[in-house]
Design a protein around this ligand. Structure first.
Ligand code: NAP
Length: 162
């Protein structure tokens, strides 16, 4: 998840930056695993790229009739977690804002990979505030702005303190 200094993560159901090395990091982290996205975030992915390859694509929606070829639908986090309880693959919640907020409120998150982007863009979707004191922090990657990455960024892994 990539967040600007002002908390913005999206605008008009789109991402607001081009950070190719962050996308690469996301792809490497989630490939071979299970991802859960809110219905709006899923629809923000260009059709030719979805479902995201080599990952189990799961969509959270209140619409039981929602149909997305190649993806599995879930009405809540509990049924999603239960469905993969016996599975060795990791479970990743990949946004958007509504889904991140509820996942943190419901205390179902053990680890977070947050890309802090050195930018202050306009936006309509935000990452929720959380108590950073409750999490161990480790810097995973630092990237300077260049031809592949529109802004400087730092990827931080947060692990919930026990
Ligand atoms: N910067 C980043 O790393 C990053 C990552 C991901 C997304 N984003 C951005 O985030 C934005 C999208 O986020 P968003 O907050 O608008 O939407 P969202 O969280 O992707 O999806 C919201 C939808 O999820 C479903 N939902 C939410 N709560 C639910 C619940 N308790 N039970 C069942 N279904 C539930 C509903 O679908 P139905 O309406 O179908 O019921 C709801 O409309 C986009 O701009 C995207 O680019 C940014």
């Amino acid at each position: 998840m990539a967040v600007a200094e002002n908390g913005v993560i999206g605008k008009d159901n789109q991402l607001i930056w081009h950070l190719r090395d962050d996308m690469k990091f996301f792809k490497e982290l989630t490939t071979g695993h299970v991802i859960l996205t809110g219905r709006k975030n899923y629809e923000s992915i260009p059709e030719k790229f979805r479902p995201l390859p080599n990952r189990v694509n799961c969509i959270m929606t209140r619409n039981a009739n929602y149909d997305a070829l190649g993806a599995v639908i879930f009405p809540d986090f509990q049924s999603w977690i239960a469905a993969f309880q016996e599975d060795e693959r990791e479970l990743f919640i990949i946004g958007g804002g509504e889904i991140y907020r509820q996942a943190l409120e419901q205390d179902i998150v053990d680890e977070m990979y947050i890309t802090h982007v050195h930018a202050q863009p306009d936006g309509d979707t935000f990452f929720p505030n959380f108590d950073t004191e409750k999490w161990e922090k480790e810097i995973i990657m630092r990237q300077q702005k260049d031809e592949r990455n529109e802004f400087d960024f730092v990827v931080v892994k947060f692990v919930r303190k026990s």
